[in-house]
Design a binder for this molecule. Sequence first.
Ligand SMILES: Cc1ncc(COP(=O)(O)O)c(C=O)c1O
Length: 378
Amino acid sequence: MLKMYDHFNLRPQKARGVYVYSEDGKRYLDTFAGIGVLTFGHSYPELLRAIKNKMDKYMHISNYILDEDAEYVAKRLVEFTGKDGKVFFTNSGTESAEAALKAVKKCATKKRKKIIYFKNGFHGRTLGALSINGIERLRKPFGELLPSTVELSFNDVEEFNDYMDSHGEEVLAVFFEPIQGAGGIIPMDQEFSDVIKGNHERYKFILVSDEIQAGLGRTGKIYAYQHYGLDPDIIIVAKALGGGLPLGAAIFLKEAQNILKRGDHGSTFAPNPVSAAGARYVVDHIEKLLPYVREKGEYFVEEIKKINSNRVVDIRGKGLMIGIELDKSYTDLKQKAFERGLLLNIISNYKVIRLLPALIITHEEIDEIVRVLKELIC
Ligand SMILES: Cc1ncc(COP(=O)(O)O)c(C=O)c1O
């Protein structure tokens, strides 16, 4: 395998709840749930049952036969927005971003073709999604990408207003993450969101909310844009959608549901019917988790604050999407945590600990994470 990731020195034997067990009998607490995928933790029995039942019926039937679970999940994803819409399913987050980009590009005119994205935003790594990736070190090695993309600073009200004042009529779309994930867990400021909203109403660009990491309950609302009162035209999701199996979706709302026509896009595999059965379980059970996520998120942040170390310069996020920013890069922190039975995901050049635990995490499990962090950070 090409070495794209730094693997933990761990051969998994099984995984249950928030724990991964190694072949040599050790137990590790997973603080990032398969990078924000496992809402219900590892091997959640009811979810596994739903998936296994579907596999017993069929695994793949092609897009020429309609799967009932996929149809049901699409309906629920739209219902969560309170608007009218239609869904295109994909197999991953980057494919969801590509579907949204294709729809956006289809609306381009000679005059209106600029696609805005934000510095430190992350929408995936295929060439289209990479064109609107605000993490320069990921984008730069690949040279010229899609034309007419414009990078602006996230949360910079003045810059956004100035750009809109001079180019508003040329702006075709704005892609944003309500809380930037890979960029360092950076929530959008309410004031910035209000400015996007005002300009969206005025210039009628296509507003795309990337909810791949922050969506589907992680922040305490179904979609993270719902914290801000925004009115996106397209929402993209993936990660948590399939309950651990690969599935993504681009949700086209209001007029945006009429952009892509038969033949404009497609996928052999998506929506995989087994993933759709996992997704059915997810969409049927996330709403009741929302108060729990808000309460656990607040508890987690309060406990982290008690670490009271001057190595911690910021604690931020919403719900169970939490970033701990450290005063400098700590390249050995991940290994030290691993030796104490904690699986950490540290991003932004080893400076930000990204906590994306299973949404069913308990107080005791949070205490266990904080106890180890305290030992390591103090
Ligand atoms: C906000 C956001 N968008 C897009 C992606 C790309 O998703 P995938 O890795 O499934 O292609 C990610 C993945 O981390 C993400 O966090």
